[in-house]
Design a protein around this ligand. Structure first.
Ligand SMILES: Nc1ncnc2c1ncn2[C@@H]1O[C@H](COP(=O)(O)OP(=O)(O)OP(=O)(O)O)[C@@H](O)[C@H]1O
Ligand code: SF4
Ligand SMILES: [Mg+2]
Length: 356
């Protein structure tokens, strides 16, 4: 019998207003994926493709109207499955074409409902570590104090002495040198690598079942990156954690993750096992192939891969694609393909793989 996934996201769509607040733009469109218990899922893709918006949605933290407009996020724990977007339909968004006080009021009601739905989950069952840990900590309190707060809030440990001992044990577990002394450091008294370790300790202090990491090693030097990745890998195995990790570094994803999603223009354009998607198989979305090529040649700078949306509803990769054939060129220009299963669990959003 198939195990119930820890997380199942179905048809999630998120919208924002454009900078003039007069038009709705899609940040995420019809995102569906699932994460098995104790597995690690990677998300890769161009800048602005919706990776962080996906992670924030998993924590109910989309704070800009109109925000989440459809979909379900099912989270399963202890034989119970809850839809974290439950009852949002009780507060429908009408006339979201442009921002107005009515839309803002409707959105605020939805936000209250989201906060209710996520109350018992956020920080406790699902924790997040960000790219810049210094911004995630409160600068005025020691890291030890902030880790103790997480333990008091989310675990049964209540004696002050035991809470501190637990916090110290987390600092030790994430490889802090001299945890006793570091306990009293403020975040700004720590180097980037140590601060990221402290952030990981704080994220794990609530003993979550899902850890989300948004580019956890960007900004660190290569050796620190490797150390933090090894640490995440060890912790994932040791604590039987499920993990979702966003990274621009394909090697990171290959090392840590069993499955991977490739994002482009707010859509999943390829998904499958890391082996299927990132290894040298022929079957790939042209954008994935380009990403891999860039990594191999180490010549791609951010922005090398041009992204252009096709206003007439064609494939969003149309203007950058060098794999269009005469069989599909008209369709590519006019119609956005759906994700097409080409193998067990391996799906690609490209007309090349459709029978047309
Ligand atoms: N609060 C917001 N209000 C309006 N637009 C937003 C907001 N947050 C994100 N966006 C837009 O949504 C899109 C997706 O953003 P997101 O931050 O998820 O990209 P990303 O894939 O994480 O990129 P990067 O790799 O650069 O971190 C972008 O076009 C971004 O400008
Ligand atoms: S659908 Fe067409 S344009 Fe889009 S990625 Fe595939 S071949 Fe390229
Ligand atoms: Mg991001």
């Amino acid at each position: 019998m198939n195990e119930v996934p820890l997380l199942k996201v179905s048809n999630l769509s998120v919208n924002f207003y454009n900078s003039e607040n007069i038009d709705v733009v899609s940040a995420l469109s019809d995102i569906s994926f699932s994460l098995a218990q104790k597995q690690c899922l990677g998300i890769i893709g161009e800048s602005g493709s919706g990776k962080s918006v996906t992670l924030l949605s998993l924590l109910g933290l989309m704070n800009t109207a109109p925000g989440i407009t459809s979909g379900t996020i099912e989270f399963s724990r202890d034989d119970t499955t809850i839809n974290l977007l439950e009852n949002l339909d009780n507060y429908p968004l009408h006339d979201i074409g442009s921002i107005s006080s009515i839309v803002q009021r409707q959105f605020n009601r939805r936000k209250e409902q989201l906060n209710k739905n996520f109350q018992a989950i956020r920080g406790k069952q699902i924790s997040i570590i960000f790219q810049n840990p210094k911004l995630a900590f409160n600068p005025y309190y020691s890291i030890g104090h902030q880790i103790c707060e997480m333990i008091q809030l989310h675990t049964d440990i209540n004696s002050e002495e035991k809470v501190k001992a637990k916090a110290l044990s987390w600092l030790e577990r994430v490889g802090m040198d001299d945890p006793e002394a570091r306990f009293y450091n403020n975040p700004y008294g720590l180097s980037g690598g140590l601060c990221q370790r402290a952030m990981i300790a704080m994220a794990l202090a609530s003993e979550p079942s899902l850890l989300i990491a948004d580019e956890p090693t960007t900004g660190l030097d290569t050796i620190l990156q490797r150390n933090i990745l090894n640490l995440l890998h060890d912790l994932q195995q040791e604590l039987s954690l499920s993990m979702i990790i966003v990274s621009h570094d394909l090697k990171v994803i290959q090392t840590l993750c069993k499955d991977v999603l490739v994002y482009h223009s707010g859509m999943i354009i390829e998904k499958g096992t890391t082996k299927q998607v990132l290894a040298s198989s022929e079957n790939k979305h042209p954008y994935t192939r380009q990403l891999i090529q860039c990594e191999l040649n180490s010549v791609c700078l951010a922005g090398d891969i041009l992204i252009q949306n096709v206003d007439n509803g064609g494939c969003p990769y149309y203007y950058s694609c060098d794999e269009i054939t005469s069989r599909i060129s008209k369709t590519c220009a006019q119609s956005n393909p759906s994700l097409h299963n080409i193998d067990d669990d391996h799906a690609i959003r490209c007309w090349k793989y459709h029978d047309i």
